[in-house]
Ligand binder design. Sequence first.
Ligand code: CMX
Length: 434
Amino acid sequence: MSALKQKLAKKIEEHRVRTTKLLKEHADVKIGDVTIGQAIGGARGVRMLVTDISYLDPMEGIRFRGMTIPEVMKALPKPDGKDYPYVEGFWYLLLTGDIPTKAEAKELVEEFKERRAVPQYVIDLLRAMPRDSHPMTMFSAAVLAMQRESKFAKFYADGFNKMTAWEPMYEDATDLIAKLPSIAAYIYRMKYKGDIHIPSDKNLDMGGDFANMMGIAEPYDDVARMYFIIHSDHESGNVSAHTTHLVASALSDAYYSLSAGLNGLAGPLHGLANQEVLRWLQDVMDKLDGKEPTEEMMKKFVWDTLNSGQVIPGYGHAVLRKTDPRYQSQRDFCLKHLPNDEIFKYVDMLYKVVPDILREHGKAKNPWPNVDAQSGVIQWFYGLREYDFYTVLFGVGRAIGVLANITWDRALGYPIERPKSLTTAMLEDAASKA
Ligand code: CMX
């Protein structure tokens, strides 16, 4: 170890004791409007963000523009013969709060088609990256590379006007959402399907064209529509939404902002958890060497994971205190389309055993499954077994929510975000006075 690293290790060891003491003994001490616990603990529960696009009730789960997931799925117009709505119509709902007519949704479908083409230099960039780069790295890099297309950046360079700044933001946001499925499918087929690509089909809506470019048959088009909608937004405080909002608050354009948000989504405590669930299950199955796990065996694997200091992926949440309705809607889909699937049965078995174990373990405030616990199952069933790719699917959906949010941020002229930091000594001082 270098001298610097040795010194740092010593300083970290000394400092950890101070942080632990502050959290253990003085978490409730107020420092201004928040407590020491909130300042150190990731601003949990601090009411400091505003959005009208979605609201997350801890007990009820997400509402998009005031509507639950089943209400949204019922109210929005659908392509003929399909069970799930046009994603383009959902974008209309998130932006305006209104349900589009079928004609309005179809008009948007046509507009998205015009914006679909991905610049060749993005393809070149993806091809130049090492093939074993994580798909999220490729996805975020592709978004960032397209920043030169930004209409907002040009608008800013040509003379910024606060009142009309939302318009180029809207244009960038729409361009991005229209292109993301093609970029995602390109990464997938380049990495996992022999680099053989399927062109976009101008007759199809966003969900249908994504399934087409991925090379997965119906009803995967409906799976895509459902996925993109349920993963879109979860109010503003989660890492991907908050990062996108934070970066945009510096008047950065949608490309810079979304790329940053996607990097946050790629963290294992956030969107990457969907791949981790499948990785964890595969590990269990490998250890069983083809045998079907019993509930007792599953309990042991869960305890082994916890005892080795790891989290159970797909369980727990910073805000939710019940089963995530996004989990529930995917479970309903599984019950209808793949009730006898082996992986579904294991995930369902986890639903029976994990909450009680997490309660007994005594740490997680929410022992219930979140969106990521179920999402890999459906993908696996339809042949998308490269679970490294799952977070990209989350990313295409999440883009819809965060881009609607930053369009409104610009419209309302929200300022640059800049919370205040204190030193540990200042916290100790406040604790000693309290
Ligand atoms: N397994 C084991 N321990 C867990 C746990 C889980 N699933 N969920 C929470 N805990 C632990 C935390 O690690 C924390 O432990 P420490 O005190 O040792 O740090 C303690 O319980 C308290 O955490 P919490 O207040 O209940 O939860 P947080 O708000 O801090 O974290 C989350 C929320 C999602 C990061 C956490 O529940 C977790 O790590 N879950 C597993 C990863 C996951 O599924 N993430 C996806 C979330 C949805 C999404 O964003 O995509």
